[in-house]
Design a protein around this ligand. Structure first.
Ligand code: FE2
Ligand code: FE2
Length: 256
């Protein structure tokens, strides 16, 4: 079993199943209640495909649009209704993945930031677990290190197409994050001393939800998928979206 000390999980050497390291599923941004309706089935398939033993939720598990510091849409639900729906949408995730370490993140922390902005001391506030009605096995942390890989939400990561390379050099450690919805993928970086990676695991939001209408004309659309790290090696699993993922047709015959 993994031993958790503060935010550190001891590297596994030989488990009862013979694994040398953890088999991690990294759930990218969901923004409940605006998560993609097929995301949970997709996550279950990836969990089984890789025989996962450790689940990390990368954060932004709830949207909190009504508590935004930016423009709030008048046609969106109230803060109370949004929280109620988010908890309903989280319920099947709680049942499917009862043991999860959740990364603290900018959207989920909005109630705290609104309260602190209004001068309310933290003593008056509820924990994430309490206001999201999460099960005992869901625990929040700013970040977590497993087998020397740093998992975090990604507010300190670099965005854009070249962001993953900038992040791995910035942290001087292998990193897995989400938070940047528009890009996903893995960048490796090697020196004489080490070989490290950064994986941006994208998001699993519903891009058509009103909460994301602000980005509807952006050229780069949300990149849907999940991250997996098996024995210290990262894999990005793009979410199958029918014809949305286009593949090149074969344009020439193979000559024998
Ligand atoms: Fe997000
Ligand atoms: Fe975020």
């Amino acid at each position: 079993m993994h031993k958790i000390n503060d935010n550190y999980i001891e590297p596994l050497h030989i488990t009862e199943r013979g694994n040398t390291m953890a088999r991690v599923l990294f759930l990218s941004d969901q923004h409940h209640p605006y998560c993609h309706p097929e995301a949970l089935d997709f996550a279950k398939r990836i969990y089984e495909k890789y025989d996962i033993d450790t689940v990390i939720n990368g954060g932004d598990e709830v949207e909190h649009h009504a508590l935004s510091f930016h423009m709030r849409r008048p046609d969106m639900p109230s803060a109370q209704e949004e929280l109620k729906r988010a908890i309903e949408h989280l319920q099947p995730w709680y049942e499917t993945f009862p043991e999860v370490t959740v990364m603290e993140s900018n959207h989920t922390s909005r109630p705290f930031r609104v309260a602190l902005n209004a001068g309310l001391p933290t003593e008056y506030l509820k924990e994430y677990k309490e206001f999201l009605k999460a099960p005992k096995g869901w625990n929040w942390a700013p970040d977590i290190t497993i087998d020397e890989v740093l998992y975090m939400h990604g507010e300190g990561a670099k965005g854009g197409a070249g962001g993953a390379y900038a992040t791995v050099t910035k942290y001087r450690q292998s990193v897995v994050h989400c938070h940047m919805h528009s890009f996903a993928g893995i960048q490796w970086s090697a020196t004489k001393q080490d070989m490290l990676f950064c994986m941006n695991a994208g998001c699993i939001i519903d891009p058509d939800a009103l909460a994301f209408a602000y980005a509807k004309n952006f050229p780069n659309r949300p990149t849907l998928g999940l991250g997996v790290v098996i024995d210290g090696i990262p894999y990005f699993e793009p979410m199958p979206l029918g014809t949305k993922i286009k593949r090149l047709k074969k344009t020439r015959k193979v000559l024998i």
